[in-house]
Ligand binder design. Structure first.
Ligand SMILES: Cc1ncc(COP(=O)(O)O)c(C=O)c1O
Length: 440
């Protein structure tokens, strides 16, 4: 079912869509009207299987009544509480529940409303932490090529994707980028590549050229996600941790995608056995049903900042009007119950090999240039045609028309189903991908 002939709809014009080709979309809109479980439904009520959990958020499947009812109840009981100087019990309860999933010691939780805000919050926590310890000279950050850390100015500075930076990010000072971890020898690798741990030595290059004592924090996604699923080479994250420790640099894992079970463990930190100083998260925290993000920081970081503050004054000048919004906390708590009650993270891990088999079986298609996967996250790179990204974009549209939603980043097709997927859903995703990719 194509949309090429759909006339432009005047009523679509006022909405300025994010990260979308506005002109094209408004000529050929591809809309969703409702969703349930593994499926979106178009306005004509045509099912579209959700192969990217929306945007990596809907881990428990769409329109969970437990979450909807908790949010509705909350809005009828206490719709809003100012998060500055006032509190409500669900904020404290959710922070406690979150800290039961983070690695031991990362048990202080600062709430935000998105992944981008979590990243910028973590940057500020890092700067504040060093300042109160008498190391205010630590103003530099190190991130990585091909990284995505959201779209606020801090995250844009950290970003390693040129389209996200060239118009607004290149003048921002203070961020240096390590090499990415995509090596030609690692094509079609399932899980962590054996080759590439030495890429972590790139951090030493910055320590040597900038002075390790000037670097506040290193930000990495344990698995580079938005760019196209780059699992870390074995030993790479351990090496980053060791270099950071040797120079007093904080290590931050941006787990906005990898958090809450996407790679079969609570967080990448546990999956790879490397404990960072902070974890940023969002997305699946509320199953995508309410905007919410969080930063989990080591207790020692919290205590350092809070202890250094005045007895009755504000210790950290940062926060959002909607930090720990009651409706988001209600959604988060309902999601915590689902995660525990349905063993959601174990389910993700158990389904992973079947999922990887299905996705890697597409390797024989001529258009497929590479496939990488870990947990319930995979990227299929299609060989570029007219211009970089053009083919990936076209395929994403054809997939929608064929009844499958996924997110593409350029020529990388990102497959990340909800964890409640059953084998038949993975089969359907595999079959639809094959059908469309074979004709691409
Ligand atoms: C690793 C990472 N960090 C930050 C973000 C930004 O999150 P948000 O879009 O909620 O601001 C994303 C979004 O995909 C992400 O993948």
């Amino acid at each position: 079912m194509g949309h090429a002939d759909t006339p432009a709809i005047a009523g679509l014009q006022p909405y300025w869509m994010p990260f979308s080709p506005n002109k094209e979309f408004k000529r050929e809109p591809r809309l969703f009207a409702r969703a349930e479980g593994m499926y979106f439904y178009t306005p004509e009520d045509r099912p579209v299987i959700d192969a990217s959990a929306g945007l990596f958020c809907v881990a428990a499947g769409h329109c969970r009544p437990e979450i909807a009812e908790a949010v509705a109840r909350q809005l009828q009981t206490l719709d809003y509480t100012p998060p500055f100087l006032r509190g409500h019990s669900k904020a404290f309860e959710l922070a406690q529940r979150v800290s039961e999933y983070t690695p031991a010691g990362l048990n202080r939780v600062f709430f935000t409303n998105s992944g981008s805000e979590s990243v910028d919050t973590a940057m500020k926590i890092a700067l504040m932490y060093h300042r109160v310890r008498g190391q205010a000279q630590r103003q530099l950050f190190v991130s990585r090529e091909r990284a995505y850390h959201g779209v606020n100015m801090g995250g844009v500075a950290l970003s390693g994707l040129v389209n996200n930076r060239r118009a607004f990010g290149i003048g921002l000072p203070g961020v240096h980028h390590m090499r990415h971890t995509a090596l030609p020898g690692n094509r079609f690798v399932r899980g962590q590549p054996e080759q590439g741990a030495e890429l972590a030595e790139d951090l030493t290059r910055f320590v040597n050229t900038l002075g390790g004592e000037n670097i506040a924090a290193v930000f990495v996604e344990p698995v580079a996600g938005s760019f196209g699923c780059l699992p870390p080479p074995r030993g790479y994250l351990d090496r980053l941790r060791a270099i950071c420790d040797a120079h007093g640099i904080l290590l931050v894992f941006d787990e906005v995608i990898t958090g809450w079970g996407r790679i079969g463990h609570n967080f990448g930190a546990q999956a790879f056995g490397v404990v960072p100083d902070m974890i940023t998260m969002a997305k699946a925290l509320t199953n995508g049903a309410q905007p919410m993000g969080a930063v989990a920081a080591k207790q020692s970081i919290y205590e350092t900042i809070v202890d250094a503050g005045p007895e009755r004054g504000v210790e950290f000048f940062h926060g959002y009007t909607y930090s720990a919004h009651p409706a988001a906390c209600a959604a988060g708590l309902a999601m915590m119950d689902i995660i525990a009650g349905e063993r959601l993270i174990d389910r993700a891990r158990e389904l992973s090999p079947y999922f990887a088999d299905a996705i890697h079986s597409l390797q024989d298609l001529p258009v497929v240039a590479d496939i990488r996967s870990i947990g319930l996250l995979a990227a299929i790179d299609v060989a570029p045609d007219k211009a970089p990204g053009a083919r990936g974009h076209e395929i994403q549209k054809r997939l929608y028309d064929a009844g499958l939603h996924l997110k593409n980043t350029g020529d990388a097709l990102l497959v990340a189903p909800p964890f409640v997927a059953e084998r038949r859903h993975i089969d359907e995703i595999g079959a639809k991908l094959r059908e469309v990719l074979a004709r691409a």
